[in-house]
Design a protein around this ligand. Structure first.
Ligand SMILES: Cc1ncc(C[n+]2csc(CCOP(=O)(O)OP(=O)(O)O)c2C)c(N)n1
Ligand SMILES: [Mg+2]
Length: 334
C-alpha cells in the first residue's frame, strides 16, 4: 500500500493522505448503512416519528466535516443523520434517540430532527428549514467576540436558500467578517417542488452579492467537496470572513419516509436512475482501486466493520429502556 495518495483533483496543490481518503470512504459507508437501516426499521414499524434520509448525499457531509476540528461547530437540518455521523456522532446514541429510548442523545425526547452533541460541536439537527443558519452565524459571532479558534458550518438545502433568515444572517456575517461557512446542499428539490421552479438565480450569486466568496462543486465527488471545503474553511479560520459552498447532489429516497416511489409524481425514474449511477461511494471506491493505493479486500473489510457497527447500534437501541414516565417534563421548555 502506498503511504500517500496523490489527489488527481484539478488545481490540487498536494497529496491527499491515504488515511484521509480511507476515512472518507469509511464515513460515507457508515452514513449509507445507517440510513438504509433507518429505512428498514421504519418500514417494519419499529421506529416511530419521521425520518428524512441522506442516502446519495454522503459526500457533502463527509467532504466538509473532514476539514473540521472537534471544537468547530456545525448546524444541521431535518435531513441531519449524515452531518451528525460525519462530525463523529455515535450511531448507538443516534439509533436510541430515533427509537425514543433513554440512552438516546436527547433521552429519547427529540427524535431524528433534534439530535445535539455539544462535545462534538454539533449544535443540532433542526426541523425549522433555515433554522441552523441563525445558530451557526451566532456561534461564529461568539467565537469572534471571545477570540476562540473555532469556526461554524451551516448545512442547509436549496429550499432554505429562499428563507429570509439566510439574507439576515449572511449579511451580518459579511459585515462583521464572521468565521462561518454556508454549505448549500443543492439536491434539486424542496419537498416536492423542483428548485428550478422556485429559485431565481443561484445561491453563489446571492452570496457574492453580499461580498461572500462562493464556489459550486460536484457534491457527489467527495474529493472535490473536500478540496473546496478546505478553501472555505481556511478562509473562515484565517479571519477573512464567511464563505459559501454550493454542492450539487441528489437524494435517492423520497423527501421523507412517507414519500415512496411515485406517490407524489414529481421525479422521473430516469432521473433517479441517472443520479444513482453517480453514487459517491462507488466513485471513491473506483478511484481508490484504480490508484492501486488499496486493495478491494481492504475496502470490503471497512464495509464489514461498518455493518457490524450499525447492527450493534440498532441492537443497543432496541435493548435500551424507554425513559421513565416521571421524566416527562424534564428538559422540556414551554
Ligand atoms: C420554516 C419551515 N418552512 C417549511 C417547512 C416544511 N419543510 C420541511 S423540509 C422542507 C423542504 C426543505 O428543502 P431543502 O431546504 O431543499 O432541503 P432538502 O429536504 O431538500 O434536504 C420544507 C418546506 C419547515 N419545516 N420549516
Ligand atoms: Mg433540497
Amino acid at each position: 500500500m502506498k503511504a500517500s495518495l496523490q489527489s488527481s483533483l484539478p488545481g490540487s496543490d498536494g497529496a491527499l493522505p491515504l488515511k484521509t481518503a480511507l476515512e472518507m470512504y469509511r464515513r460515507m459507508v457508515r452514513i449509507r448503512k445507517f440510513e438504509e437501516t433507518v429505512y428498514d426499521i421504519y418500514s417494519r414499524g419499529i421506529m416511530p416519528g419521521l425520518a428524512h434520509l441522506y442516502t446519495g448525499m454522503e459526500a457533502v457531509a463527509v467532504g466538509v466535516c473532514l476539514n473540521l476540528l472537534q471544537s468547530d461547530n456545525i448546524t444541521s437540518t431535518h435531513r441531519g443523520h449524515g452531518h451528525l455521523l460525519a462530525k463523529g456522532g455515535d450511531p448507538k446514541r443516534m439509533f436510541a434517540e430515533l427509537l425514543g429510548k433513554a440512552t438516546g442523545y436527547n433521552r429519547g425526547k427529540g427524535g431524528s430532527m433534534h439530535i445535539v452533541d455539544m462535545n462534538l460541536g454539533i449544535l443540532g439537527a433542526n426541523g425549522i428549514v433555515g433554522g441552523g443558519l441563525g445558530i451557526a452565524t451566532g456561534a461564529a459571532l461568539s467565537a469572534k467576540v471571545k477570540g476562540e479558534n473555532r469556526i461554524s458550518v451551516a448545512f442547509f438545502g436549496d429550499g432554505a436558500l429562499n428563507e429570509g433568515i439566510f439574507y439576515e444572517t449572511a449579511n451580518m456575517a459579511s459585515i462583521l467578517q464572521l468565521p462561518v461557512v454556508y454549505v448549500m446542499e443543492n439536491n434539486g428539490y424542496g419537498e416536492y417542488t423542483s428548485s428550478d421552479e422556485s429559485t431565481a438565480g443561484s445561491g453563489p450569486a446571492r452570496a457574492e452579492a453580499m461580498n461572500i466568496p462562493a464556489k459550486t462543486v460536484d457534491g457527489n465527488d467527495v474529493l472535490l467537496v473536500h478540496q473546496a471545503a478546505q478553501w472555505a474553511v481556511s478562509h473562515a479560520r484565517e479571519g477573512k470572513g464567511p464563505a459559501f459552498l454550493e454542492c450539487k447532489t441528489y437524494r435517492w429516497r423520497g423527501h421523507h419516509m412517507g414519500d415512496q416511489g411515485d406517490t407524489y409524481g414529481y421525479r422521473s425514474q430516469a432521473e433517479i436512475d441517472a443520479w444513482t449511477e453517480k453514487c459517491p461511494i462507488r466513485r471513491l471506491k473506483e478511484y481508490l482501486l484504480s490508484s492501486e493505493a488499496v486493495t478491494s479486500e481492504e475496502l470490503t473489510r471497512i464495509d464489514a466493520d461498518e455493518e457490524q457497527l450499525i447492527q450493534a447500534a440498532v441492537k443497543f437501541a432496541r435493548q435500551s429502556p424507554y425513559p421513565d414516565i416521571a421524566e416527562v417534563y424534564a428538559d422540556v421548555y414551554a
